[in-house]
Design a protein around this ligand. Structure first.
Ligand code: ATP
Ligand code: MG
Length: 400
């Protein structure tokens, strides 16, 4: 049997009064981009729902397979459409049932008679259609409350719509509907997960990575590129800005006592990130920081790092347990990349015992001996920008 269309139900969008139009437009755009490989896709966005269709059966299958990863979709249903005529509707209902695993399942039919001029009343329709289906499938039994299968028939003037499955989407909001942020992306487990959560809230992401060759290898950079590519699969292109950071790190190493050099490193990273953020027109910076995980992640330390900017620094994972983060990293397929061995430019110069409560005045005092501004501009100018378009070969059905 051929599904004619796919009906998409908006998630939180429907509660967003004034902004609804913009959200729907973002979702439409993301679906278009996500499925740019499908030649015959048609999108019809209505106020309360969206219809997708494709002329080729394999393209319809692709839609069903990949829609569960598109943020902003609450749920969706494949829909069969036929002429609004009782005999045709009954036949179609049976065809729809045949696509399901029905044996031993409970069943209920629901009829929505939107076309009030249709010759049969709702109850008559229910009896006709329900009775016909039951006669064809003796393996099923009727159950009104929470049936395994609910066959929904909507009769409109132009056609009858039949559906039987409600497939959950990931929820959230369409990427791009909440502006843009710059994600500080290391090769670790946390920052890709932080980026994912921002995208799920509708925020488009550019990523920035600090790279210190020859102390960090080409492979560690490639690893971060792989992570950026993974994130681009969630509905939007991701640009990665790779910052040459060696010179600055060596200067910190020379000027700042070991026990606060980690704080200084973070402060310089944040300063650079802030300038890049400004340059690309992003509104906030995102990190994978998490309270108490390491020395640089105490409240005192975060305060000393944060003092270099008044730009909002968003830390979606701040309260997460490591195990919770790992769980998500596995689901979004970044975990296996993150655990590959790599040298992080921070850890490479990390002293044996960094201060867990660095004093801001002290850090500022030591940094004061060097004018970093030129080195910062140079690093930003020499950055490499790599763009990752969304790729589609994978399905996310089993996540989220
Ligand atoms: P992650 O798993 O994300 O590396 P982590 O728990 O290892 O986090 P840190 O290494 O202290 O913690 O890093 C804290 C945050 O600082 C990271 O989540 C990331 O946002 C940012 N960060 C660290 N190193 C880099 C880097 N080389 N380039 C860009 N951002 C970085
Ligand atoms: Mg790290």
């Amino acid at each position: 049997m051929k599904w004619t269309k796919i009906l998409i139900r908006y998630g939180e969008l429907t509660t967003k009064g004034r902004n609804r139009k913009q959200f729907i437009e973002s979702l439409r755009r993301n679906i278009k981009q996500t499925f740019s490989d499908l030649d015959t896709l048609k999108i019809n966005a209505e106020r309360d729902r969206m219809f997708l269709s494709a002329n080729k059966e394999e393209e319809m299958e692709q839609l069903i397979k990949r829609l569960p990863s598109v943020f902003g979709i609450h749920s969706f249903s494949p829909v069969a459409i036929c002429e609004p005529e009782l005999g045709k509707i009954k036949e179609k209902a049976v065809e729809v049932m045949e696509t399901l695993e029905y044996e031993g399942k409970s069943f209920k039919a629901t009829v929505k008679r939107s076309d009030k001029s249709f010759p049969l009343e709702t109850n008559e329709l229910l009896q006709e259609i329900g009775g016909f289906v039951l006669s064809k499938f003796p393996e099923i039994h009727v159950q009104m409350k929470k049936p395994d299968i609910e066959l929904i028939v909507e009769i409109r003037k132009e056609a009858a719509f039949i559906m039987a499955e409600v497939i959950p989407g990931p929820g959230g909001m369409p990427v791009g509907s909440n502006g843009k942020s710059l994600l500080m992306l290391s090769g670790g487990i946390d920052s890709p997960v932080a980026g994912y959560f921002m995208m799920k809230r509708g925020v488009k992401i550019d990523a920035i990575h600090f790279h210190s060759p020859p102390f960090t290898s080409e492979r560690s950079k490639e690893k971060v590129m792989d992570l950026a590519e993974r994130l681009s699969r969630f509905g939007s292109e991701v640009r990665l800005h790779v910052i040459p950071f060696t010179k600055i790190q060596q200067e910190i190493h020379r000027q700042v006592p070991e026990n606060v050099s980690m704080t200084s490193t973070r402060r310089l990273m944040l300063q650079i990130a802030d300038e890049v953020r400004d340059d690309i027109g992003a509104k906030a910076i995102v990190t994978g920081e998490n309270l108490g995980q390491v020395a640089s992640q105490t409240l005192e330390s975060l305060t000393a790092i944060n003092a270099v900017t008044s730009t909002p620094v968003l830390r979606p994972l701040i309260t997460f347990d490591k195990l919770e983060i790992i769980d998500v990293a596995k689901k979004i397929d970044t975990y296996d990349i993150s655990i590959l061995p790599y040298e992080d430019c921070c850890t490479i110069f990390t002293p044996a015992s960094p201060k867990t409560k660095p004093k801001l005045e002290k850090v500022e005092f030591y940094e004061g001996f060097t004018d970093f501004s030129e080195m910062i501009s140079e690093a930003i100018q020499n950055r490499e920008i790599i763009t990752f378009p969304r790729k589609e070969e994978q399905s996310f059905e089993d996540l989220l």
